[in-house]
Each structure stands twice: as structure tokens, then as C-alpha cells.
Design a protein around this ligand. Structure first.
Ligand code: ATP
Ligand code: MG
Length: 437
């Protein structure tokens, strides 16, 4: 199926050095080294993609990518510290200590009849490893803002798709026909939300319009890739804006179907308030360069689904402890079919949930066990979030805050409540286990 959306001959606009703000001192010296070495080797080479976009938008780039007309083998021949990676499309990584400069050969997505390009019947790209010209390289990129090329020839920015103006206007616009581009790669819908959140750009109308209708295509994307994309959406410092964008465009239901429907069914809005409060904390931690954990993030995002599953099981008279375990497993297993959460994150996520039910238990032995649990700190942070959305946990928060300082004092101040079913059940089970072991 030929690509119909790429403009036949993209028009080059060159923005001279005195008309744009990108200065060499803002560019990683290693990226500059790569650009100069490729040029000395007789090749064309440009800084491209996110770095040029970020520099124009006044943001410090996270990494620097280079595009060139040299083949990966030619790149490798020029650099000792270079390795070739990727099977779907070969890329050169030039290594400078911990910094990696990714060097990609111009590539084309257009069908040249070589049979080297495979496309699904529904338009999804399977393989796109054909080298091309810079013009072809520009139009196969996703957003106009991501298709700008900075050159050390004359320090100008080359624009084939109107990206420079779009960055000035703070607009995120897909190159070509949006529906076709989303069908080729549905993850572009998530990238639109993520980049708009990160850059504080508007998603251009025609780029946003088809998303609610096409959101379901994400079901065809690889769950492992969606997991990676979720980490970028929520752990890059713009989680609240990303979440709101996903919600607005109907993508939340595609990524987290059970949580989205539980949120919609929660009339008081307490669950949504809690999720937003948690994402706000996450953003604050990222801004303060404190660590953030995927397990905690997913505990938060899937909490509405967990609560709903738990209520359903309890309505069927399943015993509380059993219901909690089954709800946690069900939600985790169901979620895997869209976003593949690796076990090293899903296990601690479940522990964070299951610890919530230990918080009302205040007998000394239990308190000591809960405090010693490796996930206690995360679970307590989670409890505080629940409290921020509904005041019913105020007493537990107060108790566990004190218990971390002095458990005995805390127990004396807040004596155990022995009468709840949750409080009795785990103890009985434990006794049984001790008796038999
Ligand atoms: P950031 O690094 O800030 O997350 P980025 O735009 O650099 O954003 P990358 O995933 O590093 O994102 O991609 C680098 C470049 O590759 C993009 O700027 C874009 O030009 C191109 N690109 C990435 N993903 C796609 C895609 N799904 N479809 C088309 N082009 C893409
Ligand atoms: Mg990048």
C-alpha cells in the first residue's frame, strides 16, 4: 500500500543562524564531535529530532540524535567508540563514557517497490528499513516539530514540513494525514499527548480530532512498548498533564480499561482526586530529582480497578483476605494484555495494595511486622494519598506516622480495634500456620 500522505516534494525552508536561538554552546560537545567528524569524512550530518525541538522551545534536551547520509557501516568506520544496534532498522551508537550519540542514516518510509517495506492490511508499519534522502527522512517522522535539522555547515535549521513555525506557535502537528499516520503506528497518539504535556504545546485540531475514534488501535501495539511509553508519560515530570490529556482524548480507557471504567463509575470523584494527587507528587519528585518508582506509579494508576474488583468479590461474600489477593491478581493479569507490566514491578505494586489492609491492625506484633515490611514506606505514602482524597484514613495516617517514631507510644495513644472482620482474619490464619509449622 503506497503512502499517500507524504507531500510529493517537500519545500525546504532554511532558517539562518541569526533567525533562531540555537547556539553551539547548548549542544553536547560529543554530539558536535560526531557532526564534525562525519562532515570531515565527506558526509552530510545534522542534529535532528527532539534535541532541535527542545532547544527551539527553550528546554534542555535529554539526548542528542544525529541524522546522516552515511550508512551505519560508514559511521562505524569513522568512530572507534561505535557499535551498531537494531535489527528492524540499523543505527549507530557512538559512545562517550555514559553519553550515547545515536546516529541514524536518513531513511524513507515510501514504498519503492523493492518489497523491503511491509505493511499490515490496516496500514500498520511492520518494517521500515529503507535508506532515503533527507526529505524522505523528514516526512517519515511523526510531528513537524520533530523534523527539524540543525547543520554545522552554516548553523542554520532546515525545515521541510513547517516545523519551525509550529514550534514558534507551540503547536504539535502530525506530518501528513493524521488518520493514516496513527494507523501506521498507534503509539503516535500517546506521543502526541506526552509531547504536548512535556512542551506545553497545543495538539493541533486536525491532529487531535481522530484520536478518540482511533484510540482502540492501541490494542494492536506491543504491550511491552506501551509499558515503556507509560513510563515516559508518567515519570518524566508531566504526569498530571499527561493524564488529563489521555483522559480528554479517550486514551486512558485504551491503556487502562478497568481503571478508566472504575473512575467513570466513581460518582464522588474521590478516586480521581487520589490519582491526580499521586501524579502531582510524582511530578514534584521528578522536579526535585528524587527517585520515582514504576511499582508505585502503577499501584496508583490501577488502584481504581483494584478497588472495584475487590468490591465485586466482597459482594460475592468472598472472605476479605482472599478477596484482596484475588482482586490484586485479576487486575494485574487483565492489565497485562494492554500494558505489559514486568513482574519486578507488579509484585511490589500488589504488596503496596495488600499492605493497605494491614494499616487498621494495631496489635503490637502486627505493627512491628508491618513496619518491618520492605514495602512499608511506599505503602504508607500510598495511604497518605488515599487520605488526601478522603478523610476516612486520617486516624490511620496519624497512627502510622507516630508508630514510625515510637510504636509503643503510638499503640498506647491509639489502642487496637479488635472488632473488625479484617482485624480478626489474618491473625487466625497466622496462628494456624504457626501451629502447623
Ligand atoms: P523525547 O526524547 O523528548 O522523549 P523525542 O522526540 O526525541 O522526544 P524519541 O523517541 O527520542 O522522541 O524519537 C526521536 C525522533 O524520532 C523524534 O523526534 C521523531 O522525529 C522520530 N520518531 C520517534 N518516534 C516516532 C514514531 N513513532 N513515528 C515517527 N517518527 C518517530
Ligand atoms: Mg529523544
Amino acid at each position: 500500500m503506497p503512502i499517500q500522505n507524504a507531500p510529493a516534494i517537500p519545500q525546504l525552508r532554511s532558517i539562518a543562524r541569526d533567525s533562531h536561538p540555537i547556539s553551539r554552546k547548548d549542544i553536547s560537545p560529543n554530539a558536535l564531535r560526531v557532526l564534525y567528524r562525519l562532515k570531515e569524512g565527506g558526509h552530510e550530518a545534522y542534529l535532528v529530532g527532539g534535541a532541535v525541538r527542545d532547544l527551539l522551545a527553550g528546554i534542555k534536551p535529554k539526548d542528542f540524535d544525529v541524522a546522516t547520509d552515511a550508512t551505519p557501516e560508514q559511521v562505524k568506520a569513522l568512530f572507534r567508540n561505535c557499535r551498531l544496534i537494531g535489527r528492524r532498522f540499523r543505527l549507530a551508537h557512538v559512545l562517550f563514557g555514559r553519553e550515547i550519540i545515536e546516529v541514524a542514516t536518513f531513511r524513507s518510509n515510501s514504498d519503492d517497490g523493492s518489497g523491503d517495506r511491509q505493511q499490515h492490511e490496516d496500514g500498520m508499519l511492520l518494517r521500515d528499513n529503507i535508506y532515503g534522502t533527507i526529505e524522505e527522512d523528514a516526512v517519515r517522522r511523526d510531528f513537524t516539530a520533530n523534523a527539524l535539522y540543525y547543520t554545522i555547515e552554516d548553523f542554520s535549521v532546515r525545515d521541510y514540513v513547517g516545523g519551525f513555525e509550529d514550534v514558534q506557535a507551540r503547536v504539535l502537528r502530525l506530518i501528513g494525514d493524521p488518520e493514516l499516520r496513527y494507523r501506521e503506528d498507534p503509539v503516535r497518539m500517546l506521543r502526541a499527548v506526552r509531547l504536548a504535556a512535556k512542551l506545553d504545546f497545543e495538539i493541533e485540531r486536525g491532529t487531535a480530532a481522530p484520536i478518540p475514534r482511533l484510540a482502540g488501535l492501541l490494542a494492536e501495539a506491543a504491550p511491552a512498548r506501551l509499558f515503556e511509553e507509560c513510563l515516559k508519560l508518567f515519570l518524566s515530570g508531566h504526569a498530571v498533564r499527561s493524564f488529563e490529556g489521555l483522559e480528554r482524548l479517550g486514551l486512558l480507557a485504551a491503556l487502562f480499561p478497568e481503571s478508566a471504567s472504575a473512575l467513570a463509575a466513581n460518582r464522588s470523584g474521590a478516586l480521581r482526586r487520589m490519582v491526580i494527587a499521586g501524579l502531582k507528587n510524582t511530578d514534584a519528585r521528578v522536579a526535585a530529582e528524587e527517585p520515582v518508582s514504576p511499582a508505585f506509579l502503577f499501584a496508583l494508576l490501577l488502584w481504581p480497578a483494584y478497588c472495584r474488583a475487590l468490591m465485586a468479590l466482597q459482594a460475592q461474600d468472598v472472605q476479605p483476605v482472599e478477596a484482596q489477593r484475588r482482586a490484586a491478581d485479576r487486575v494485574t493479569v487483565h492489565q497485562l494484555s494492554t500494558v505489559a507490566l514486568p513482574r519486578r514491578f507488579s509484585l511490589p505494586m500488589q504488596e503496596i495494595w495488600l499492605l493497605q489492609t494491614r494499616f487498621p491492625l494495631r496489635q503490637r506484633k502486627r505493627v512491628m511486622r508491618t513496619l518491618a515490611h520492605p514495602r512499608f514506606r511506599a505503602a504508607f505514602d500510598f495511604l497518605m494519598l488515599r487520605q488526601s482524597a478522603s478523610s476516612e484514613h486520617a486516624e490511620d495516617v496519624a497512627f502510622w506516622r507516630e508508630a514510625q517514631q515510637d510504636p509503643d507510644l503510638a499503640i498506647a495513644a491509639h489502642p487496637p480495634q479488635e472488632d473488625s472482620a479484617e482485624a480478626r482474619r489474618p491473625r487466625r490464619r497466622r496462628r494456624r500456620r504457626t501451629a502447623s509449622s
